[in-house]
Design a protein around this ligand. Structure first.
Ligand SMILES: [Zn+2]
Length: 174
């Protein structure tokens, strides 16, 4: 008897898609609604996103925002405006951060860099955890598949032996 260790989550309506929850007949391989593979294996990405703590959600949002091209555009604009206003180019405005040191600008950028590094590290650690868990699942899956293949191989060998015996018995009878 061949048994699998794959967690079956089949209901009366079929196997529910772990991503969107729509039930599918067991013959379905991919969910037509979200494109995910339908099977008993969990979706690590969804599980990870669901178990995020508040600060991790915030760190992910910050990392997402910082990696967008608009972030560089906005920074380029306000840093250039800051330098322009404080270099005396606009006479009507009082210089609040005089050149050449631009102390306040340096301080702001340093503080921003410190916070961003923290957020990026939190986000990156989560990504590493995700990759590790995915690799583990892949390994487990490979081991289970190998075991299953070994069992199928044994069953096939038994069947082949039986067929051979039946054939030789038939030959003897003739
Ligand atoms: Zn789906």
């Amino acid at each position: 008897m061949i048994t699998t260790n794959f967690p079956e989550r089949e209901t009366a309506n079929g196997i529910p898609c772990p991503a969107c929850g729509v039930p599918h007949p067991p013959a379905d391989i991919f969910c037509p609604h979200c494109g995910k593979a339908v099977g008993g294996l969990p979706y690590i990405r969804e599980e990870f996103e669901g178990s995020r703590r508040q600060y991790e959600r915030f760190a992910d949002a910050v990392t997402h925002f910082v990696s967008a091209p608009s972030y560089f555009g906005v920074h380029l604009f306000w840093v250039a405006a800051w330098i322009l206003l404080n270099s005396g180019a606009v006479m009507a405005i009082h210089r609040f951060d005089p050149p050449p040191s631009f102390d306040l600008l340096s301080l702001l950028l340093s503080v921003e860099a410190i916070f961003l590094t923290g957020f990026l590290l939190v986000s990156q650690n989560r990504e590493v955890d995700y990759e590790r868990k995915r690799a583990e699942l892949e390994y487990e899956n490979t081991v289970q598949t190998n075991r299953l293949l070994g069992e199928i191989h044994l069953q096939l060998a038994t069947i082949a032996n039986r067929v051979e015996r039946i054939e030789s018995d038939l030959r003897i009878e003739r």
